[in-house]
Design a protein. Structure first.
Length: 454
C-alpha cells in the first residue's frame, strides 16, 4: 500500500476540523456588533501571525513531529521536547471544553434543561472521552476524506445554515436588525469585557496541528503554507458572521456561552413549528464535534511520542502497541482531562465552570505559542530559507510578526487572570492561583524529563 497523500484542500479541512467549532461562537455574541472588534483584533494580532509563522516554519523544516521538528532544528531536541509536551498539554486542557459542547448537544436533544446540569455534563463527557480513547487503542485513523466529510456535515454546513438563518432574521425582524446596527462597535474598555478576547484567541488556536501531517502531503513546501493561509481566512470570516447571527436572534439575557449556537436553531425552528429539523442539525453538530475530538486525541500523542527519539520520555510512556498507538500516553491524557473536567462537580454554575476551563486552556496555549514565535525569530538565522514559502518583506517583517505574536501571548496570559463580568465560580484568589500554578505544574514533568538526560 503506497504512502497516503493529500493536497491543500485536504489539509485545510483537517486544520479546520482541529480549530473551528460552533462552541466558541457564543463567547462574544452578547456584545452584538462589538464582536467585529473582537474577531478583527484577534485575527490581526494572533490568527494571521500564527498562520504566517507556522507556514514558514513548516515550509522550511517539513519534518515529522510538527512543532518538535521546528524547535529541534533551531534550538535542539531538549527544548523541542518541552515545546511538544506543551502542545500535548494544550490538547488535554482543550478536551473538557470540546467535551462540554458535545455533552451540551446531547442534553439539547434530550432536554434543554440538562445543559445546565453539571453532573449530567460531567458523566456524558467521561463516556465520550474514554470511549474515544478506547477506540484509538486499535489504531483507528480518520482519513483525510472522512475528516473532510465530517467537518463539512457537522461544522461547516450547520455554521453556514446558522449564518443563513441570521441573515433571514436580519431581513424579517427589522427591530432586531436595528438593535444590532445601533449597538456599540467597540466594547467598553474594562478588564471584565476585554478578558473575553482571550476566549476568542483560544478559538483561533491550533494552526500548528497541521504540522503533524505535513509528511502526508504531495508537495509539503508548496501546499502546506497555502493550506494554512486558506484555513485562516475561512475561519475568521466564518466565525465572525456566525457570532453576529447568534447575537441577532438570541437576547443577551438568554444567551449561554456554552449553548448559544444550539439555542439559535432551537428558537428558529420552534417558531417555524419544525422542531424535528433542530434535532437533525444538532445531531450533525455532535458528529462534527466528535470529528475534531478524534483529530486531537491521536495527533498530539504522536507529537509527544517524537520526543522518545531523543530519549526524553520514560520508557513506559514511549511504548506503542501492535497498532503503533502509544496506549500509556492516551490513558495519561484522558486521566488528566478527567481531573480537569471535575470542575463541573465543584462549581455549581455551568457557565462559570465552562469559562474556567476555557481560561485554563488559554493559559497553557499562551506559553506554547510563545515558543513558536521565539522559534520564528531565529529560524532564518539558524537555517537559511530554501522552501517555497517566505513571509514577504524581508527579515524585519518576519521579526515584527513574531514579536507581535509573542507580545499577544504575554498580554493574553496576564489578561486571562481577571475573571470576566458575570463570573460566579472560584474565589478570585483560587482562580488566579489555579490559572498560574496549574499550567506550570503540568509543564514541570517535561522540564524534569529533559534535564535528567545528559
Amino acid at each position: 500500500m503506497g504512502k497516503r497523500v493529500m493536497g491543500p484542500f485536504g489539509l485545510s479541512m483537517m486544520t479546520i476540523a482541529a480549530i473551528m467549532s460552533l462552541r466558541n461562537l457564543s463567547l462574544v455574541s452578547s456584545f452584538d456588533a462589538a464582536a467585529i472588534f473582537y474577531y478583527g483584533v484577534a485575527g490581526l494580532i494572533f490568527l494571521v501571525p500564527t498562520a504566517l509563522v507556522c507556514a514558514e516554519l513548516g515550509a522550511t523544516i517539513p519534518g515529522n513531529g510538527g512543532v518538535y521538528a521546528w524547535v529541534s532544528a533551531v534550538f535542539g531536541p531538549r527544548r523541542a521536547f518541552i515545546s511538544s509536551w506543551a502542545a500535548w498539554i494544550i490538547s488535554i486542557a482543550w478536551y473538557p471544553t470540546a467535551l462540554s459542547f458535545a455533552a451540551a448537544t446531547i442534553a439539547t436533544l434530550i432536554d434543554t434543561q440538562l445543559a445546565s446540569n453539571g453532573e449530567f455534563l460531567w458523566f456524558t463527557m467521561m463516556c465520550l472521552l474514554w470511549g474515544a480513547t478506547f477506540l484509538n487503542f486499535f489504531g483507528l485513523r480518520w482519513s483525510s476524506a472522512l475528516t473532510s466529510l465530517t467537518v463539512m456535515a457537522g461544522t461547516i454546513f450547520p455554521g453556514l445554515l446558522l449564518i443563513g438563518l441570521g441573515g433571514y432574521w436580519f431581513v424579517t425582524h427589522p427591530a432586531d436588525a436595528l438593535r444590532l446596527q445601533q449597538s456599540a462597535w467597540v466594547p467598553e474598555w474594562t478588564l471584565g469585557n476585554l478578558v473575553f478576547l482571550s476566549g476568542v484567541i483560544l478559538g483561533f488556536g491550533g494552526m500548528e496541528v497541521a504540522g503533524f501531517h505535513v509528511q502526508q502531503m504531495k508537495h509539503p513546501q508548496r501546499d502546506y503554507p497555502k493550506a494554512l493561509l486558506l484555513s485562516a481566512l475561512f475561519i475568521l470570516v466564518f466565525t465572525l458572521l456566525a457570532s453576529l447571527a447568534i447575537s441577532l436572534v438570541i437576547p443577551k439575557d438568554q444567551l449561554s456561552i456554552l449553548t448559544g449556537s444550539l439555542h439559535l436553531f432551537v428558537v428558529f425552528f420552534e417558531r417555524l413549528n419544525h422542531p424535528e429539523i433542530t434535532q437533525f442539525i444538532i445531531g450533525l453538530i455532535f458528529v462534527g464535534t466528535l470529528a475534531g475530538l478524534m483529530t486531537w486525541i491521536i495527533s498530539p500523542a504522536k507529537g509527544i511520542l517524537a520526543g522518545q527519539g531523543g530519549g526524553f520520555l520514560p520508557a513506559g510512556l514511549g511504548k506503542v502497541n501492535r497498532h503503533e498507538v502509544p496506549v500509556a500516553i492516551l490513558v495519561l491524557q484522558a486521566s488528566i482531562a478527567t481531573v480537569l473536567s471535575s470542575v463541573y462537580l465543584l462549581v455549581p454554575h455551568v457557565q462559570s465552570a465552562y469559562w474556567f476551563l476555557t481560561a485554563f486552556t488559554t493559559q497553557v496555549s499562551c506559553l506554547f505559542y510563545a515558543t513558536i514565535f521565539i522559534t520564528g525569530l531565529y529560524v532564518r538565522k539558524v537555517h537559511p530559507h530554501s522552501g517555497a514559502f517566505r513571509i514577504p518583506g524581508g527579515n524585519w517583517v518576519m521579526n515584527m510578526v513574531c514579536i507581535l505574536g509573542l507580545m499577544t501571548a504575554l498580554v493574553i496570559f496576564i489578561l486571562d487572570l481577571v475573571p470576566p463580568q458575570g463570573y460566579n465560580g472560584l474565589e478570585s484568589g483560587y482562580y488566579v492561583a489555579a490559572l498560574v500554578c496549574g499550567p506550570l505544574l503540568l509543564l514541570l514533568p517535561a522540564v524534569v524529563f529533559a534535564l535528567r538526560k545528559k
